[in-house]
Design a protein around this ligand. Sequence first.
Ligand code: PEP
Ligand code: MG
Length: 324
Amino acid sequence: RRASFALSRDLPAETLDGVRVSLQINAGLLIDVPQLHEAGAEGIGLYRTEVPFMVREAFPDVGAQTQLYARILELAKDRPVTFRTLDIGGDKALPYWHSEVDENPIMGWRAIRIGLDRPALLSQQLRALVRAAAGRHLRVMFPMVSEVSEFVRARALLDREVERQVAAGGEPPARLQAGVMLEVPALVWQLPALFKRVDFISVGSNDLFQFLFATDRGNPRLARRYDVLSPPSLAFLRSVAGQAGAAGVPLSLCGEMAGHPLEAMALVGCGFRILSMPAAEIGPVRTTIRSLELAPLERLLDRLMEQPARSVREQLRAYARDRG
Ligand code: PEP
Ligand code: MG
């Protein structure tokens, strides 16, 4: 199987009825980046910038961050990299970052909430990204956004760093795109306003579903209790994909579910055309997509929306099995 994945590396992830899906990788360390080319992925859909912060003893300064981000862009060559700004707090505590003790850290002071309350910290990271991307394509994504105004404020900090770079005689990024992660359910009822502001959206299904089902993603007792392949989550995802499609805003999904072939199949059926996952999953997901026909899958999903939650995964699995 490994050999056949390697051979299929250069084939597009395209369904039998000609629908293209862009497969991208999730990364967090420099050594992950070359896997982008080895897997035949189209880009890095999620670069978790907090990972290098977690393995250090102190906050890296702007210079160190700039070097790191420049190296990532260099290694990615012509392929786009979506840098997610620091998602610290919650389940990703930094040993040297003394935040107050949150009773409920996952829903606490984390990610963009810290970034907006400590704008110097976020601005330093944005400055490093802007410097690293001089003359290149820069994509920045903000995590845990719950209100459009949070994106607006973060985007203003980003724009200010670009202006500073130009004022200092530096070269700005050749192209700048800013987006949000959709991982707080409240954002779904702000999509029309959000679409006017963002260049892209990426669903963070790991966090999104822990909030949607009120289920700690790290609790093994609950791991099998609710299924992402069930009517409430699929209806949710279909609705988001439909609205993004109608608005013409690029939408991806970068949570763990994108890397599981059955889930990836369902996501394509729900309307997702960009999936980002660990590099090792690209081959199996590509193979699945290449053996899929979209129209009957969409009809199946329509029918499954009326079914009891427990049976949906089984029926999707039977459907995939019948089609090789
Ligand atoms: C997610 O929440 O789905 C996600 C991709 O981000 P992380 O797993 O880093 O929270
Ligand atoms: Mg998340």
